[in-house]
Design a protein around this ligand. Structure first.
Ligand code: ZN
Length: 325
């Protein structure tokens, strides 16, 4: 029983509509366990409380996703009215949250250093920045931080902390290209995650490094889904992350890696560090472009180009010396 408050989705990775069902949720399974929800407001969504929410697996590419998403009006209601803003804000004040934000930034600094950026002069973008706490950990001498999000109450708070946050992609694009990026807890929420990554990719320098997360604990293995089914049949509570109003996509490591690489992101660690190296401007192509005199066609990472020049010069010198012998 479905009404027009729900939108039926095709596979967000391959667009197929052939699937098998892994799990069927009811509203109570994911609302009652969610301490951020104001339960008394759920009736504002005008949904049938007995509605089925199947979580399915694509027959063609094995992507796991929610068959339905809320229509735009109801999705807005969930984020603006049903989620308790104060409860949400209290979470970012936790010590562990600070440790996480700083730890992610240190991991990114390590990667920037490996690629020769010892004197920092970079721009970083957080695509779907929420409260902007990752940017607050990153901003400082040599680091210009920019955020993009659409949740008004989070953006307002982030701006009060002095961050530059855009709520439209056109304004964000004016600050591009970026050397580093974050995109955490975003792709699992979106009806069209591929399109979002493509938009992010257009903002990045060749070789930009970043941190992208989208995997949900429990949901990234087949054992996890068996366990979730057992919990439902035994009447046990589910992890609050299994929630088809907010989490539309349940990536496995394989599906996540595949989506990233199709757009040009190479995952360097399973925690989420990756590098933007799109196929059209990978090493061989850059060398070809150099001979054609078209060096900076995609504003590639200057340090990387320099190291390639160094390698080429070394080889040329070596050849010259051999010839002169
Ligand atoms: Zn698929």
């Amino acid at each position: 029983m479905k009404n027009n408050k729900l939108v039926t989705r095709n596979c967000p990775l391959c667009n197929s509509n052939e699937y098998r069902i892994l799990l069927v949720l009811k509203e109570d399974h994911f609302t009652k366990v969610n301490k951020s929800y104001i339960l008394s407001r759920i009736s504002e969504l005008n949904l049938n409380a007995d509605q089925d929410y199947p979580i399915i697996k694509c027959n063609k590419c094995q992507m796991i996703y929610s068959l339905y998403c809320l229509n735009a009006e109801n999705e807005n209601l969930v984020y603006e009215r049903i989620i308790d803003h104060d409860v949400s804000r209290r979470k970012i004040m936790a010590v562990n949250r600070r440790r996480y934000d700083v730890g992610v930034w240190i991991g990114l600094l390590d990667r920037l250093q490996v690629y020769g950026t010892e004197h920092l002069d970079i721009k970083i973008v957080d695509y779907g920045c929420g409260w902007g706490t990752l940017l607050l950990a990153a901003e400082g001498p040599g680091v210009k931080a920019f955020g993009f999000d659409v949740t008004s109450w989070k953006i307002n708070w982030a701006r009060e902390q002095g961050l530059t946050i855009f709520d439209n992609e056109e304004s964000l694009a004016q600050e591009a290209p970026f050397d580093a990026f974050y995109c955490t807890s975003v792709l699992e929420h979106l009806n069209h995650p591929r399109e979002a990554l493509q938009t992010l990719a257009k903002l990045l320098k060749h070789g930009a490094c970043g941190y992208i997360t989208a995997m949900i604990p429990f949901a990234n293995s087949s054992e996890g889904w068996t366990e979730l089914n057992k919990r439902i049949s035994s009447g046990l509570p589910l992890p609050k992350e299994i929630n088809p109003w907010e989490h539309l996509n349940y990536f496995t490591v394989d599906a996540f890696r595949r989506l990233l690489s199709e757009i040009g992101f190479q995952l360097e660690s399973e925690e989420g560090y990756c590098r933007f190296l799109p196929a059209t401007t990978q090493k061989n192509d850059i060398t070809l472009d150099v001979t054609n005199g078209k060096l900076f066609n995609n504003q590639p990472n200057t340090q990387q180009l320099l190291s390639e020049f160094k390698t080429r010069d070394l080889l040329q010198n070596l050849l010259l010396r051999l010839i002169q012998r």
